[in-house]
Design a protein around this ligand. Structure first.
Ligand SMILES: NC(=O)c1ccc[n+]([C@@H]2O[C@H](COP(=O)([O-])OP(=O)(O)OC[C@H]3O[C@@H](n4cnc5c(N)ncnc54)[C@H](OP(=O)(O)O)[C@@H]3O)[C@@H](O)[C@H]2O)c1
Length: 208
């Protein structure tokens, strides 16, 4: 599959390495331009691109940038794409965002509003980049794999993202839509940052 990645830091580079390693055709972008991405390309197997080109390249586009920067993304390049929202809201880094502080929206809903027409799925946002980079086990059965949580309102888009998660050796666990599932995946939620197996995550979500 063709995958665009916006952000080449901890999460963007880690996801690029995993997805390129699983055989996908990955283009990656950062804020400074493709000429700064030589080391990342060599390390991950992803092709350097501009933000616009990486977005247009992807059938799926993963966004892993500071949340305060999402308003700068060129929305037209993301139209109709499956967009993976790996971002989180940290007021200390992102500045105060009133609707999030009031719990009137989730950060994924803000991204979906900006990227009108994109099919936003929240995923790759709850696990620290270090275990994400090392703990995938494509050879293991589902119940032994670590969970990666998935939220979204578009079921087909969510299935596409779940397939990518399986490719990287993790187990997708559905938390619901962007509103309620997004809240189960945001900083402060019980499963945020947890490295747990899929059955453990499902038990936690069921309140067991
Ligand atoms: N770190 C984790 O373990 C982790 C886990 C899950 C989710 N997250 C979330 O994932 C997001 C990225 O975190 P990170 O740790 O990967 O951050 P990071 O290492 O600081 O990398 C951020 C990347 O975003 C790029 N960027 C910044 N502004 C941009 C813009 N306007 N347009 C395009 N790219 C832009 C930066 O470009 P330059 O390289 O040019 O500066 C950099 O490549 C955050 O929202 C974070 O909360 C992080």
């Amino acid at each position: 599959m063709r995958i665009g990645i916006i952000g080449s830091g901890n999460i963007g580079a880690t996801a690029a390495r995993l997805l390129a390693g699983a055989g996908h055709e990955v283009a990656i972008a950062n804020s400074r331009g493709p000429e700064t991405l030589g080391d990342v390309a060599a390390d991950t197997g992803a092709r350097p691109a501009t933000i616009e080109a990486a977005a247009r390249h992807g059938e799926v586009v993963l966004v892993a940038i500071p949340l305060h920067a999402i308003g700068s993304l060129p929305a037209a390049a993301f139209a109709d794409k499956v967009v993976i929202d790996a971002n989180n809201y940290y007021p200390g880094r992102d500045g105060a965002i009133e609707r999030l502080d009031a719990d009137a929206a989730t950060s994924s809903e803000l991204l979906a509003e900006h990227l009108a027409g994109a099919r936003v799925v929240k995923a790759f946002n709850t696990m620290n980049f270090r275990p994400l980079g090392t703990e995938g086990r494509p050879e293991a059965p589902r119940e032994e794999r670590l969970a990666l949580l998935v939220a979204g309102d578009d079921e087909a888009a969510k299935r596409t993202v779940a397939g990518l998660i399986e490719d990287t050796g993790f187990a997708p666990v559905d938390t619901g839509g962007l509103a309620e599932g997004g809240r189960r995946q945001q900083p402060g939620a019980p499963l945020y940052g947890a490295t747990v197996t899929a059955p453990e995550a499902e038990r936690a979500l069921a309140g067991a």
